[in-house]
Design a protein around this ligand. Sequence first.
Ligand code: GLU
Length: 261
Amino acid sequence: MADITKAKRIVVKVGTSTLTYENGKTNIRRMSKLVSVLADLANSGKEIVLVTSGAIGVGVGKLGLGSKPSDTSGKQAAATVGQCELMFMYDKLFSEYGYVVGQLLVTKSDFEDGQRRENLSNAFEKLFEYGAIPIVNENDSVAVEEIVYGDNDTLSATVASLVNADLLVIFTDIDGLYDSDPRENPDAKLIPVVEKIDDSILALAGGAGSKRGTGGMVTKVHAAQITSKAGINAVVMNGQAPQHIYKLLEGKPQGTLFKAK
Ligand code: GLU
């Protein structure tokens, strides 16, 4: 298994519930903290890819819709608005640290088609070469299958495999995977390491996430199945304190580590 302290290429995924308030407005403090940590990691020589959710959630806030639309075209329209706002924020915040960002909006089919997959991979490699930070989201205004079935956890694992990342970090609104639902059981214990993802682990992950996001824990475990098979470690940890990634990279366990095969 790859040594986390030696990870150079790191894919970081951040969810809607971490990036926004309940009303859909961007959580500026969290975004600023996240960007300062990622820029600092880039300064230390790491290659960072950011997979960001929040387009729909932020669009809902910006359009003043009150809650996430239930129809697909409503979600798509909200995503077009929110994606601009997200990129505006990332561009502004990363540039404070001298970093240029590049936006990649992708759909599942881009990874499945050989030629498009290769084009995508080449674009990532060029961005690394240029020292820019690739920022990825699903192309929500056209990718109907993403909004209806998909999630950015799976997308982040697919991106991690494509770029041959050394590590995937999924920032979410909970500390990691617990042995029972911590929202219902105050004695629930965090599981620090998952050696193998089997039915019992999948059963623990059942249940939905927040109203603003899409996935919940189950999609994170599915993501970890993809990375594990690809020989990549994945860590699910709390996005409220992104600076804890420093400890992780120093070899101090954080959140839940899903070990690479
Ligand atoms: N791509 C969606 C968005 O940006 C989010 C999907 C997810 O929450 O996993 O709103």
